[in-house]
Structures are given as C-alpha cells and as structure tokens.
Write a protein that binds this ligand. Structure first.
Ligand code: URA
Length: 210
C-alpha cells in the first residue's frame, strides 16, 4: 500500500497485543497507548529536515546536526487521540498541540460534524501530525485532514495505533498526499464499524467509560 508505514518493531507488536487483551484495564491501556505512540511518532518524524551546526564538545569542535525549518504540530482527534498526546510530546516537547472534535452520526456512517476546533495560529508553517487511536471508516480522519488543510497546513501525516484496509483506502482516496503511520493493519470492519480483531472501543477503554 502506498504511503502507509507499519511500525513492525517487536516492542510495538508486543504492546499492541497487550492492548488487544480484553482483560487489560484502563490504567495499563493508557500507559501502553502512550508508549506505542512514542514509537509511532519516532517513525512519523523520521524525515524531519536537519541542518548542520558547529558544537563545541568537551574535546573538539564538532559538525553536528539539529532539526531545522518546519516545526511540528500534533492534532489529536477527540476523544481517543488524546491518549496519544503525551507519548508524542515526549519525543517532540516543543511541538504545539491543536484539538479537533468530530461528532459521528451513528445512523449515517458517512456523516461527521466538527464540534470543536482549536489549532495553532501558525499551523501553515508546521509539519502537522494528526493523532487518532484508530483509523476505522476514515470519516473522522478525512474531516480532520480537511480542517487542517483549510487552515493552511501543507504537510500532513496521520498516525494511529491500529487501522484496517477500509480506513486506509478511504483516507488515501480523499487525501493521497497524507502518509499513514500505524502500528498494525487488522482484517477489516464489522457491521458496527469496529475494527476486527481490534481493541474494542478505544475511547471507552482509555477513559474507563464502560
Ligand atoms: N473506534 C473504536 O473505538 N474502535 C474501533 O474498532 C473502531 C473505531
């Protein structure tokens, strides 16, 4: 699949297996999501541009590299994307964080409405990485990419812990330029639009609301 990167590192796969276990409670679930997000963010930021600088080490003058140019903005989709923010910020502490809330109409699987949006004012000059625990139907993801692009963002990536072929196809059809970085690609969606085998309701498991 074009423009899709799966983090197949053994630690990521192990931690996703623990997430899948229905006996994993909210505290452990939250910790795992945060840890996995760090690994996925590591891949999502792999192509950040570098520039050369001179740094004096205790022994010599070194030609060293630091991140240059574009800065990063993370945009979690509420609510499940919120669980990924700490892990992403652990890697890029200077990033700004925007928030997007999408309301999904359960009776119409293609409908999504924005109910909240607060983005960094300089989002157009930032590398935007959208965070959501799952890319399922793709409806919320597509809407969120629309929102950040309308705000001026030109470099947009989407990172998630889990996805499926339907979600990838939908997002890639609507936004072929958006790279997807994920921990796993599952079999597909069931009739209730849950990813199978999946992890169940990500928001409920993160926040203990079930
Ligand atoms: N949202 C969830 O919480 N779980 C899924 O499997 C798909 C979407």
């Amino acid at each position: 699949m074009n423009n899709v990167h799966v983090c197949d590192h053994p630690l990521v796969q192990h931690k996703i297996s623990l997430l899948r276990d229905k006996n994993t409670g909210s505290k452990e679930f939250r910790e795992l999501v945060s840890e996995i997000s760090m690994f996925i963010c590591y891949e999502a930021t792999r192509d950040l541009p570098l520039k050369e600088v001179k740094i004096e080490t205790p022994l010599a003058l070194a030609n060293a590299k630091i991140i240059s140019g574009r800065k990063v903005a993370f945009v979690p989709i509420m609510r499940a994307g919120l669980g990924m923010v700490d892990g992403a910020l652990a890697l890029v502490p200077a990033a700004k964080v925007g928030h997007v809330g999408i309301y999904r109409d359960k009776s119409n699987s293609n409908s999504a409405a924005e109910y909240y949006c607060k983005l960094p004012f300089d989002i157009a000059n930032r590398e935007v990485i959208i965070l959501d625990l799952m890319l399922a139907t793709g409806v919320s993801a597509i809407k969120t990419v629309d929102i950040v692009k309308n705000a001026g963002a030109k470099n947009v990536k989407f990172m998630c812990v889990l996805t499926c072929p339907e979600g990838i196809k939908a997002l890639q059809t609507a936004h072929p330029d958006v790279e997807i970085i994920t921990g796993a690609i599952d079999d597909g969606l069931n009739e209730d639009l849950y990813i199978v085998p999946g992890i169940g309701d990500g928001g409920d498991r993160l926040f203990g609301t079930k």
